[in-house]
Ligand binder design. Structure first.
Ligand SMILES: Cc1cc2nc3c(=O)[nH]c(=O)nc-3n(C[C@H](O)[C@H](O)[C@H](O)COP(=O)(O)O)c2cc1C
Length: 388
């Protein structure tokens, strides 16, 4: 029996309390605050976080620990917690990221347990029906009082996408699917009454979703596509793009390009942020030694698996490949910052000058090193005018 046959009256107005968000969400998400250099943590829901290494750390992917890390991050004023969506590990001696919490459920738990920090779920779009995702996101947005955000990922790691239905779409096709998925979610978040959807990937009859998100008209959206199709998707749809780039020059050019694209092609604004491992110690020597220890105790097998699947493995094992593998081992190929509190502050300043409005970081030992960061780096960031 269809919705129409049941006379569910798709156009009837819903009661105001069901449909109206209480506050304009753009005021409630911490990533919309006026800190010049926003800070967050990346990967605190997965074993080994951002390091493929047996380097010593108290970090564990347990609920008690991830909760403690979240509370410390909130206490020192960080803006965001961004989890990694992962369904299987990368093998090697660590089975890197193989023990991990599903991110909507993780975000819901942390939303209830915190009061100020922004909390994201990272959603592999092909793994969740848009109707379920729209409602899960809305639920967490309400639990958090408008501090929720969604990281939209298409799923590049084919073995985990194949876990779901034995297949993986071709690269650009993933973004075509992602666009239809997101369009449907946006409609569910904003449209009153019910509607039908007939698309290439979804056929839905008489769909509706209440309540609407706390953040109006939608929660903050982020994406990390850096390919042509990924940049197009970001420019069209999201608030923040995360750039995975090697040099400051590349970051500046990238930021200028994606901002111009969003303005010219879609009449909207987008900002850019980046990610990477931060290793900060009293002396440069100590910081470098801690970074080198991550590499020395690295899980080269896991890094090789990642590079093979990401299509970066070349025929010969040359120095360039080795360096790239090291970047994966120490910070998931993000932008590494290694040095004293002064050097870390300077580097964050350079990133900001290159257009990056924030950084979500990995730390060898999240909880312990955040306390050091708070005592030693935060005051310098304030002096440098990057934070207040
Ligand atoms: C900050 C950041 C977070 C990401 N999180 C995930 C994730 O949780 N799960 C995942 O499968 N891919 C994740 N990715 C990978 C991206 O979604 C994307 O596949 C990758 O950037 C390549 O996209 P592209 O081929 O369009 O450039 C992340 C990338 C970045 C930079």
């Amino acid at each position: 029996m269809t919705a129409a046959a049941l006379e569910l009256n798709p156009t009837a107005p819903r009661p105001v309390e069901e449909s109206r968000p209480l506050v304009d969400g753009r005021q409630t998400h911490p990533l919309y605050n006026d800190q010049k250099m926003k800070l967050g943590l990346f990967g605190t829901n997965c074993s080994y976080g951002l390091i493929m290494s047996h380097a010593e750390s108290t970090y564990k992917a347990t609920w008690e620990h991830t909760l403690q890390v979240a509370r410390t991050a909130e206490a020192i004023g960080f803006e965001a917690l961004v989890p990694i969506a992962r369904w299987r590990g990368f093998g090697g001696t660590t089975n890197f990221n193989g023990t991990c919490f599903e991110t909507y459920a993780w975000a819901a738990g942390l939303a209830q347990a915190t009061e100020r920090i922004g909390i994201f779920a990272t959603s592999h779009l092909p793994t969740m029906h848009p109707i379920v995702a729209a409602k899960a996101a809305t639920t967490i947005d309400h639990i958090s009082g408008g501090r929720f955000g969604l990281n939209l990922v298409m799923g590049w790691f084919s073995p985990e996408m194949e876990m779901f239905d034995g297949s993986q779409r071709e690269h650009d096709e993933r973004y075509v699917f992602g666009q239809e998925w997101l369009d449907l979610v946006l409609k569910l978040w904003s449209e009153e009454g019910s509607f039908d959807h007939r698309g290439e990937f979804f056929t839905c009859t008489g769909v509706e979703s209440y309540p609407k998100p706390h953040q109006a008209p939608r929660p903050i959206l982020i994406n990390a596509g850096n390919s042509k199709a990924g940049v197009e998707f970001s420019a069209r749809n999201v608030d923040i793009n995360f750039a995975s780039l090697t040099t400051l020059e590349e970051m500046k050019a990238y930021t200028d390009t994606i901002r111009a694209k969003a303005r010219d092609d879609h009449q909207r604004e987008i900002t850019t942020m980046t990610y990477g491992l931060i290793v900060c110690r009293d002396t440069e020597k100590e910081a470098k030694a801690a970074f080198d220890n991550v590499i020395e105790k690295g899980d080269w097998g896991a890094a090789e698996n990642v590079m093979k699947i990401a299509g970066m493995q070349s025929q010969s094992f040359n120095e360039q490949i080795k360096q790239f593998q090291e970047r994966f081992i120490a910070g998931w190929a993000g932008y590494p910052i290694v040095g004293t509190p002064e050097q870390v502050t300077e580097e964050l300043g350079r990133l900001h000058a290159a257009g990056m409005e924030g950084m979500i970081m990995g730390l060898i030992d999240y909880n312990e090193e955040m306390k050091y960061f708070d005592a030693n780096v935060m005051p310098l960031l304030k002096q440098a005018g990057l934070r207040h």
